[in-house]
Design a protein around this ligand. Structure first.
Ligand code: TYM
Length: 328
């Protein structure tokens, strides 16, 4: 039985990329493992957020976690800011990190590029993420490919701390799926599909209407060859749609390529859209039943209590190893 931890930022409604790259695996990993899933609202405020919007996104994300199959009887679901150990171990991880390694993080470089005033939290984002993971003695972290570098840093920090102060943290491994780890933008398929893309046609959100999903997929950038085949280098748009189609329908890439031999992109795109809609619709139906329910708050309260009791033990161990506070 492995210990699983992962988190999603409530910076918008999760995208199809978030779902296919990470969240769909959250539910399947519940089988035979101990899973803890988090709404990482403290990470979200490393860039300015509208208070009303983030409140609403936190509630939606909680309901979506459940709608996507997280079972609160088997797994812990909680909000990061409601368990203070995250910020506390986050500080200890900051003190374990070096400026140089934090400045080298791709996400920091991307998000700070061209900014006059760079929030310090953007730089110290990865040590907080390391704290999230290490607090629960996590074995496996299901994430998309964009989080690989943060996972490597987490391992470096855990190793550095353990070497200096004794065996406090379990060494976590990333769990990156072979297909879907990097779902690309529909408008510019050489770029990652992102929550914050200014082009609304680039990104499918998991609460988009059927009409919008169809429109976005129909307008997805492809190429002039008019042949459905998989080649990430020369046909990034079609290859991305094939990945999406395969994951949403459970049909292999080879079968899909064979099925669309001699057929045009129009028919292919119609079928991709249909597969996405049929996968997303049941999630949206469950979401609509959950979003107004009282149950949601009860689940989050219970989740925060359970998470705290695990996290507190690791935090105390780390503080004792460092010799801060009082320990007999
Ligand atoms: P976030 O909120 O940006 O994304 C949530 C998850 O979705 C994955 N993802 C994608 N996968 C495939 N294709 C895409 N286009 C795509 N876009 C996003 C991400 O890799 C992620 O797994 N730093 C994390 C949140 C975090 C976290 C943690 C994760 C904070 N603490 C501890 C794991 C463990 C993030 O920004 O995810």
């Amino acid at each position: 039985m492995a210990k699983i931890f992962s988190g999603v930022q409530p910076t918008s409604i999760p995208t199809l990329g978030n779902y296919l790259g990470a969240m769909r695996n959250f539910a399947t990993l519940q089988e035979g493992n101990e899973c803890i899933y988090c709404i990482v609202d403290e990470h979200a405020i490393t860039v300015p957020q509208d208070p009303k919007e983030i409140q609403s996104n936190i509630h939606s994300l909680a309901a979506l976690y459940l709608a996507m199959g997280i079972d609160p009887k088997r797994s812990i679901l909680f909000i990061q800011s409601e368990v203070p150990c995250h910020a506390q171990l986050g500080w200890i991880m900051q003190c374990t990190s070096y400026m140089g390694e934090l400045e080298r993080m791709t996400q920091f470089k991307d998000k700070s590029k061209g900014k006059q005033a760079i929030p310090a939290g953007l730089l110290t984002y990865p040590p907080l993420m390391a704290a999230d993971i290490l607090l629960y003695q996590t074995d496996l972290v299901p994430v998309g490919a964009d989080q690989k570098q943060h996972l490597e840093l987490t391992r470096d920090l855990a190793e550095r701390f353990n070497n200096k102060y004794g065996d406090v943290f379990t060494m976590p491994e990333p769990y990156i799926p072979p297909v879907g780890a990097r779902i690309m933008s529909l408008a510019e398929p050489t770029k990652k599909m992102s929550k914050s893309d200014a082009n609304r046609k680039a990104t499918i959100f998991t609460l988009d209407s059927e009409k919008d999903i169809i429109k976005k997929i129909k307008s997805a950038t492809t190429d002039d060859e008019a042949t459905v085949r998989y080649d990430r280098e020369t046909k990034p748009g079609i290859s991305n749609l094939l990945d999406i189609f395969s994951l949403c329908s459970g049909t292999s890439l080879d079968e899909l390529v064979a099925k669309y031999q001699g057929k045009g992109y129009g028919e292919f795109k119609t079928d991709v859209a249909e597969a996405v809609v049929s996968m997303i619709k049941p999630i949206q139906e469950r979401y609509n039943n959950l979003i107004e329910s009282k149950e949601l708050d009860e689940i989050l309260d219970e989740g925060a209590d359970k998470a705290y009791s695990i996290a507190k033990k690791t935090l105390t161990k780390a503080e004792a190893a460092l010799g801060i506070g009082r320990h007999n």
